[in-house]
Design a protein around this ligand. Structure first.
Ligand code: ADP
Ligand code: MG
Length: 370
């Protein structure tokens, strides 16, 4: 049985359609991440699951029961909101115990559960403090604690790490394995706009954009085989490089004015041989691009100009402007000596990557799918 099912759900606010024909299943005990840009309708989906809002049409099932119009209290679902506020005049312990008191648990059990939860979140030593005596990161842990301390069959977590700075986000992201085991046998629907969170935590990710589900799959499959150009761009940083190319008449190579790439092998070769248009987009991740500052234009390298350099997670990112494909990025050493305006030559590793239809922007791998 699935923990949650959406069947052809539509939802508008006034004239503004937010969800159009959304269907998905969340499996029991799954850590299911809904990933998408701000305004995509992620919070709306959680509210519909929790029963804090209702669909315009379509149905929702929770634990196999039709919950489309079921009152919130009957669903066994706990939702934590984006604004993880704490009661300023209550201690950390009291803040965390609140949801358990509502469940009328005996004091001993409340104490045990709060302590266990606080230990998981690394705030065991602060239980007697007031929120104002904590750092921002610690406060965020307390509010996360508040939302997971009470047992539920389904937890709905709405961007719990969004308001943290990058370092704290990274810390909590890596600690999420402990949080997952604390939650034990429950289903978690976790909303985020941060692909690293989706990558690091999810059993499966649901990519939501333009009112629709773009793709549902494991993080690795989405990263390696994104369903379309938009999903490819959203899922990964620096973003995937998209090369505008043409297909050679024997359909084994792709080329532009300056380079010819191929022959491709395996699945990519097969996709290319069946593709019947002239223009094609080849997507290749920045980490799969080699580069050189020496003139390698004769060796099938794409020429570009260095227009920027940034540092991200201990790696350097070289930003390159190419004539045929616009802005491209390459991962490099963070101590790389970079001259702005210099010529740079880059070559994608063609053993991987994805082909996209130049008109539909869909990955050729899924061309036959609905
Ligand atoms: P996300 O959580 O992905 O950022 P939301 O689900 O909060 O997106 O919102 C999706 C869209 O619906 C947004 O454009 C938002 O402005 C709109 N919206 C959400 N809730 C309401 C509401 N109660 N009334 C009117 N518009 C709303
Ligand atoms: Mg939201």
């Amino acid at each position: 049985m699935n923990a949650i099912e959406f069947r052809n759900v539509y939802k508008s606010y006034g004239e503004h359609e937010v969800l159009a024909d959304i269907s998905f299943d969340v499996r029991e005990n799954e850590f299911f991440v809904i990933f998408g840009p701000s305004g995509a309708g992620k919070t709306t989906i959680l509210k519909l699951i929790a029963g804090l809002d209702y669909v315009d049409s379509g149905s929702i099932f929770v634990d196999g029961k039709d919950a489309t119009v079921m009152p919130a209290a009957k669903r066994g679902v706990r939702m934590a909101f984006e604004n993880y506020a704490l009661y300023p005049h209550l201690t950390v312990f009291e803040n965390m115990a609140g949801p358990l008191r509502n469940n009328k648990l005996p004091m001993k059990e409340i104490k045990e559960r709060v302590e266990q939860c606080a230990t998981t979140l690394g705030i065991r030593d602060y239980l007697n403090r007031l929120p104002r005596e904590l750092s921002g990161g610690q406060r965020q842990r307390v509010s996360l604690g508040r939302s997971i301390v009470a047992e539920a069959r389904v937890y709905l977590l709405d961007e719990p790490l969004a308001h943290l700075d990058a370092k704290l986000r990274h810390e909590l992201r890596t600690e999420f394995q402990n949080i997952k085991s604390f939650l034990g046998n429950s289903t978690v629907v976790y909303v985020t706009h941060d692909y690293l969170e989706a990558m690091g935590m999810a059993d499966r990710v649901c990519v939501l954009a333009d009112k629709q589900i773009q793709q549902i799959d494991t993080p690795k499959n989405i990263y390696d085989h994104p369903i379309n150009v938009d999903t490819a761009l959203m899922f990964g940083y620096p973003p995937i490089n998209l090369l505008n190319m043409k297909v050679d008449k024997d359909r084994r190579f792709i080329f532009s004015d300056e380079v010819k790439l191929g022959p491709f092998s395996g699945e990519l070769a097969e996709q290319l041989s069946k593709y019947d248009k002239e223009e094609i987009i080849y997507g290749v991740r920045p980490r799969n691009c080699m580069f050189s500052f020496e003139d390698r234009s004769r060796d099938g390298y794409i020429k570009g100009e260095v227009i920027g350099f940034e540092i991200n997670n201990f790696r350097g990112i070289l930003l390159v402007l190419s004539e045929s494909s616009g802005l491209l990025s390459i991962l490099c050493d963070r101590f790389l000596n970079v001259t702005p305006g210099a010529d740079v030559f880059l070559k994608p590793d063609i053993s991987g990557g994805s082909f996209f239809d130049a008109t539909t922007k869909k990955n050729l791998k899924y061309q036959g799918d609905k």
